[in-house]
Design a protein around this ligand. Structure first.
Ligand code: NAD
Length: 357
């Protein structure tokens, strides 16, 4: 990862800074966290999704000096306790994907204005940014999702590609002659739709925002209504970051043999509890067959982010850009960024440009 290596070299000393992470703990994160430790920072690792934790990655990073409270399959109670433990560790800065630590801090007595140890935070996801908007925090949070080099590359181009690669690998099927319903037409949904078409599918898009529905229509997609469109879908892919998008009403219309998958941040986009209230069994790894009367539908990766839980996520070359931007952002955050006013800011251009120039 040459861009990341360059960004780590430019990283200022992190001596005296305590950084609590809430992120996907997969092997691609290793060189980034090692870079933080090498520059003298202290690191506390928690996950933003228990389904994506690689225990060997956590073990490796702890052997390098990080502390951690994260393991694959931790319960929601353990997950929340890990966020509390990260705050007890008194971090100076947060590095988040989904704002779990900021939300935990806001839940404490005194809320997000308890004058705790945190001086600033980075947030990488649309879901986390929506969450931050509802919190009253006493530190600046830098949104590095809405950047042309993050959302415009990773979200727009990599998620769809890697989600379909994972679909092919896990099911043994391709998309030829299949109708795919993409729900949510942000950058992620647009990439999921483009890749599905490139791999041979007929694509329908469902989107609740009228401007984005128009954008989908102008891109040439069939814009469909829920839940009616579900009756024509061989594969339903959610990409919204919202809970309860695919509920019982939609599931009950799916044709026999339909697949359900999610790439959005929230594991609750698909009503997995409703599906699992019927007869179900894992027929091959990451593929659950659910019997709904005389129909069978297939849930991939338990409704969690398919490309990360059942696949390897972004390519190394693409993630090199993402991690280089994150590294530049962290160097900015611990110094200049911490003196910005409390509240949400988009990461300034001069910070991330160094990563891609
Ligand atoms: N799997 C991955 O590797 C990966 C990578 C990046 C982002 N993400 C996640 O993917 C999700 C989407 O990212 P984005 O950048 O496109 O976000 P976005 O917020 O720009 O787009 C989401 C879209 O979903 C729509 N939506 C929300 N609820 C809906 C509903 N009930 N029905 C129809 N449409 C609905 C919204 O109107 C919005 O247009 C986020 O949760 C993000 O964190 C996943």
């Amino acid at each position: 990862m040459p861009r990341l290596a360059g960004a780590v070299k430019r990283l200022p000393s992190l001596e005296g800074f305590r950084i609590a992470f809430s992120m996907h703990l997969d092997p691609k994160m290793i060189p980034f966290v090692e870079g933080v430790l090498a520059r003298g920072g202290a690191a506390y690792l928690t996950t933003c999704n228990p389904d994506t934790v690689r225990d060997d990655v956590v073990e490796h990073l702890c052997a390098q000096g990080a502390e951690a409270s994260a393991y694959r399959g931790m319960s929601m109670k353990e997950y929340r306790a890990a966020a509390d433990a990260a705050l007890e560790w008194e971090p100076t800065h947060l590095c988040e994907m989904g704002a779990e630590l900021s939300a935990a801090r806001a839940r404490r007595p005194g809320g997000g204005r308890d004058r705790g140890s945190v001086r600033g935070s980075l947030e990488a996801t649309g879901s986390g940014i929506s969450r931050i908007r509802g919190l009253d925090l006493d530190y600046p949070v830098f949104n590095w999702d809405d950047l042309p080099v993050k959302e415009g590359l990773h979200n727009r181009h990599m998620v769809g590609l890697t989600a379909w690669h994972t679909f092919f690998a896990r099911t043994g099927l391709t998309l030829h002659e299949k109708t795919v319903l993409v729900i949510g037409y942000g950058d992620v949904g647009a990439g999921v739709a483009d890749s599905a078409k490139a791999y041979g599918a007929h694509v329908m898009v469902a989107e609740r925002d009228p401007a984005r529905r128009l954008r989908a229509a102008y891109a040439g997609w069939e814009v469909a209504e829920l839940p009616e469109a579900a009756a024509r879908a061989d594969v339903v892919a959610t990409a919204t970051g919202a809970d309860g998008v695919v509920g019982a009403a939609l599931i009950d219309r799916l044709p026999d043999g339909a697949f359900l998958l999610n790439v959005g941040h929230r594991p609750g986009e698909i009503d997995v509890a409703y599906l699992r209230s019927h007869d179900h069994r894992e027929i091959i790894p990451f593929v659950e067959e659910i019997s709904l009367g005389d129909r069978r539908v297939y849930l991939l990766a338990g409704g969690s982010m398919l490309n990360l839980v059942a696949g390897a996520g972004d390519s190394l070359n693409a993630f090199d850009v993402t991690l280089a931007v994150l590294t530049e952002a962290l160097g900015f955050l611990v110094h200049e960024g911490s003196s910005y006013p409390a509240g949400l800011h988009v990461l300034p251009d001069f910070v991330w440009r160094a990563a891609v120039s």
